[in-house]
Ligand binder design. Sequence first.
Ligand code: ZN
Length: 252
Amino acid sequence: MPILFLLISFFWTIPTPPELPTGIQRLQKAYPEFIVKADANSITMKDGTVFSYDDGKKNKSFQELLDQPDLEDQFRYDYPAKFPGKDGLPVNHDPGRIRFMPFYMKMYGNTQEEVRANLREIVWLPKTIGSKILVTKVNGVDKKLEAISAELDKLPGLKQYLENPGGSFLWRVIKGTNRLSMHSFGMTIDINVKYSHYWQWDCKCTNEDAKLGYKNSIPKQVVEVFEKHGFIWGGKWYHYDSMHFEYRPEFL
Ligand SMILES: [Zn+2]
């Protein structure tokens, strides 16, 4: 019995690790290849870089959330499961638009050259459209977009929304800002601009506090296929961008 007693007393004294914040758990689940370690307020990337989770700054304005977010701020708004109705989303409800860029640059590339080294050309809807697009191989995004493409290729009546894709890879800043666009990483695709709505076109402005009226004509079917493979949709943002799909499995 003494051995059993020793074992019991040994395990009894091991403290259970503190529960990790939900956001850290989501990031770990979404990017298992890159995040090797986490504790209550940081994640460690496979190259040894440590990113803290919460910078401790409270009461950031919406503009500050966009310009100086931490990883925690990214999860300020939940990504809705429901397809938006005609009223769209509550003011500033932009899940995925708040981005802690050093984390994404670490995975996809810090410079245009680094991103380019990971790009691969895929054929978009090979049976019905056949456009060529450049996408990243990082996180298997190329394979995921091929799966999306194959599924959309089989669905009837969607070609008009998907042909002439507005762009996948382009190293650039977001118009009216100093922030790098997620199109810079090759994990984001704009579908046909012709059937899309973008808040800046409608308000003819770039200021975040503009009062917006929601608009969308992209069918739910298209969105569901992208979401199934880890892509969020810009049509589920108050600052809507209905052509825009971005690989952010931490939200799904
Ligand atoms: Zn876009």
